[in-house]
Structures are given as structure tokens and as C-alpha cells.
Design a protein around this ligand. Structure first.
Ligand code: FES
Length: 398
């Protein structure tokens, strides 16, 4: 049913607030005990953020020796609206463990509309990558997998950001910008110019190389600059993406967007601060913590190599597991086949929020999304916290 809002003027409208409160109270008092499953708002929320989706793999493209692009179509045909830079969360059962992993959607929003809608994720795999290894070995065309979408706050916003975008990417951090490049090339980000500075170690680490070159060769508004740090014979730009290079490709008032590793983030942040770029012009994706937590500032080095016991309370159930000082509490839970719902995996989204009953943790300085009240009452995020002693924690039941 369409609703109408009458604007009567500031004073009359604000004086109406007490009446609204009365109205709300009477609605609450007369509300049925059971939730209205046919409620419009509830249905809309479910369309925009479905809790569980089942996807079918409809194609797998070998983009390079180490990269595969999985094209996914939801079994019910509905793809919620998303923005370039947002991610989907895959839910995978590996052995006894249920793992959740975020993957940036590498296809463009316009490809999720029309007659043959789909989403894609680009997965990079090198030896020892646990989840990519599983995806590469396990999934074939026709298989199904579970997940949900969309999540994340890393996207270009026309009211806030400039139409001149300098994207700085490292490794698999190229995926949000690939999605954006497709959207620009399709003419849907009107007036936007996208320059991508893409850092990789070696040429065979470059993801979506041909696809990006295809886009930049057909669209004047897209420029891609490859920068390799570890290949002396590379004919293009070599070294790290620093102040000089960022300056060379910047334009007045441009917006900088970054997606890459923890180490690269520090480097880029320094370069931007040397260039005196105000924080409002810099946006970054979730920064993953380094694989070696001991390099994070403030980490007590004497804890390295230790093992601790974690008592895990889930409702009436209590388990005891072991955790190494070098793994997050979330990883220790997953290894012990105790399900924990994670999305961003770096303290930003709050999905894994749990309770620290006793013990001491180290919280990543780039992934500390705790509210002040959490800090006082023991709320913490297992995805961005490492044990520093034996712990007792309470986690939500999944
Ligand atoms: S998964 Fe997002 S805060 Fe832990």
C-alpha cells in the first residue's frame, strides 16, 4: 500500500512527534503475538539481504594459471542489489568444519540484471591457500554452494566521492576495481575516470590481466598501470606504488580507493600522508591482518609460539579447544569444527561478535571494531583477536 507523507512545516511537524510516540505505543500494544511474515518491510529486507542463498556454478573460466573466475547464478533467480566493491560470503563445509569466507564480487552490478543475471568471484590460488585450494579442487560446473550477499561499505558513492578515481590495488585486491571498470566501461558510472595502479610481485601473480586490458583498450576512461615489485626483467613499471607514482596519476580533488594487503596499506597510507591528502579523499576496503601477528604494533613478542586453551560456551554446551598464539580465535574455532559466523573477518561487520568471559586477547589495531561499551563489558570479535592466555568465551549459536 502506498503511503503519503505530508510536510506541514518545521514547528507543526516537530510538535507531532509526541503524537507519533502515542501512536507507536498503541500499535505495539495491539500487535499480534506472532510476527507478521507477510509484512511488507520484512519482505523487502529479505529481498535486499537474503540470509541464505544457494548458487549454482554455471561456468569456470581459467583467467590465468592461478586464477579462476566462478560465475554463479542463484537457484531462485533473485540477485539482490549490490555496489562495485561489495562482497559475498560463501559458506563452505570442509571436513567437519563449516567455514565462511568473504569474496568480493568481481562482476559488475549491471550483469546481475537483465535476462541472464549472474555474479562472479575471481579466486587466486597458490600453494598452501586452504580455502582457494578447496574451491579449485571441489567445484565443477553444475555444482551448488551456499552463501549470502551483499556486504561491505567499500564502494564509490557519487554524493561523497570524486568522479576522478585513483584505485590502488595489490594482488587479489584488484577484484572490486575490475567490477568498477566494467561498470565504467558500460557507461553506468557517468563521467567517471578510473585509473588503476595495480601492484603485483610477479607477472604471473597479476589477476584478470587480459580482461582488464580488454576494458582499458575499449574505454578511454579506464587506465591500468601494472607495477611489479619482484620481476627485474618486467618492461613496465617496477618497485612499489609510492608517493611519486600516486602523484603522477592523480588529478585535482580525485578520490583514492585502496584494496590490498596489510603491508601495502601501511605503505600507501604513508605515501598519501606525505602528499597531504585529507582522509575524506581516501577510502579503503577491509584491511586483512598479516599472517604473522607478531609484526603488528603492540603485540607482546614473548607470547609468540605459545599454545593456549579456550573454553567455548555455546548455549548449554561447553567445549575445550587449543589455540596457537599465532591464530585468531575464529581460526582456532573453525579448526576445532566449532561454527562461528564470520563475514568481513577483520573486526568491521560485527557478525562474529562474542563475549570474553575471562583471559587476555590481542586485538588487531587495524581490525578493532569494538564499541566502547564492548571494551568495558567483554564484547570482542574472534576474527580479529588473538589469544594471549587461556580464555573462556561465549559465542553465538549458528
Ligand atoms: S567477521 Fe566481521 S567482525 Fe568478525
Amino acid at each position: 500500500m502506498a503511503s503519503k507523507i505530508n510536510v506541514n512545516g518545521f514547528f507543526r511537524d516537530t510538535s507531532g512527534l509526541p503524537r507519533m510516540e502515542e501512536l507507536r505505543k498503541s500499535h505495539l500494544a495491539n500487535a499480534p503475538a506472532d510476527p507478521d511474515t507477510d509484512d511488507f518491510i520484512r519482505r523487502l529486507a529479505e529481498r535486499l539481504h537474503p540470509k541464505n542463498m544457494r548458487f549454482q556454478v554455471v561456468s569456470i573460466i581459467e583467467s590465468s594459471d592461478y586464477t579462476r573466475v566462478y560465475r554463479l547464478v542463484p537457484m531462485d533467480g533473485h540477485i539482490p542489489v549490490f555496489q562495485c566493491g561489495q562482497y559475498m560470503n560463501l559458506r563452505l563445509k570442509i571436513g567437519n568444519s563449516v567455514l565462511t569466507r568473504p569474496y568480493t564480487i568481481s562482476s559488475a552490478p549491471f550483469e546481475a540484471r537483465g535476462d541472464n543475471p549472474f555474479v562472479e568471484i575471481a579466486v587466486h590460488h597458490k600453494k598452501g591457500d586452504f580455502v582457494p585450494d578447496y574451491l579449485f579442487k571441489k567445484f565443477k560446473v553444475g555444482d551448488t554452494l551456499d552463501g549470502s550477499m551483499p556486504f561491505g561499505n567499500f564502494y564509490w558513492e557519487p554524493l561523497r566521492d570524486s568522479r576522478n578515481i585513483v584505485a590502488i590495488a595489490g594482488g587479489s585486491g584488484i577484484t572490486p576495481f575490475y567490477s568498477m571498470a566494467k561498470e565504467v566501461a558500460s557507461g553506468r558510472m557517468k563521467g567517471c575516470k578510473l585509473t588503476i595502479l595495480y601492484g603485483s610481485a610477479k607477472s604471473d601473480d597479476i589477476m584478470l590481466k587480459d580482461e582488464l586490458e580488454q576494458l582499458s583498450s575499449t574505454c578511454w576512461d579506464i587506465k591500468i598501470v601494472h607495477v611489479l615489485s619482484d620481476e627485474p626483467g618486467w618492461p613496465g613499471k617496477r618497485g612499489l606504488i609510492g608517493q611519486e607514482m600516486i602523484k603522477r596519476y592523480s588529478s585535482k580533488g580525485c578520490t583514492y580507493m585502496f584494496c590490498g594487503s596489510f603491508a601495502m596499506y601501511g605503505h600507501v597510507l604513508n605515501a598519501l600522508s606525505e602528499l597531504e591528502i585529507p582522509a575524506r579523499r581516501f577510502r579503503h576496503a577491509v584491511i586483512g591482518s598479516p599472517s604473522d601477528v607478531s609484526i603488528l604494533p603492540g603485540y607482546p613478542k614473548e607470547k609468540s609460539g605459545k599454545t593456549f586453551q579456550i573454553t567455548v560456551v555455546r548455549g548449554a554446551r561447553q567445549d575445550s579447544i587449543h589455540a596457537s598464539a599465532h591464530e585468531t580465535v575464529a581460526v582456532a574455532l573453525e579448526r576445532a569444527a566449532i561454527p562461528i559466523d564470520t563475514h568481513c573477518r577483520n573486526g568491521e561487520c560485527g557478525f562474529c561478535r562474542s563475549q570474553l568471559v575471562s583471559g587476555e586477547i590481542f586485538v588487531s589495531p587495524v581490525g578493532d571494531g569494538r564499541r566502547e561499551a564492548d571494551k568495558e563489558t567483554g564484547g570482542f570479535h574472534p576474527c580479529s583477536s588473538w589469544p594471549l592466555s587461556d580464555l573462556k568465551i561465549k559465542i553465538p549459536i549458528m
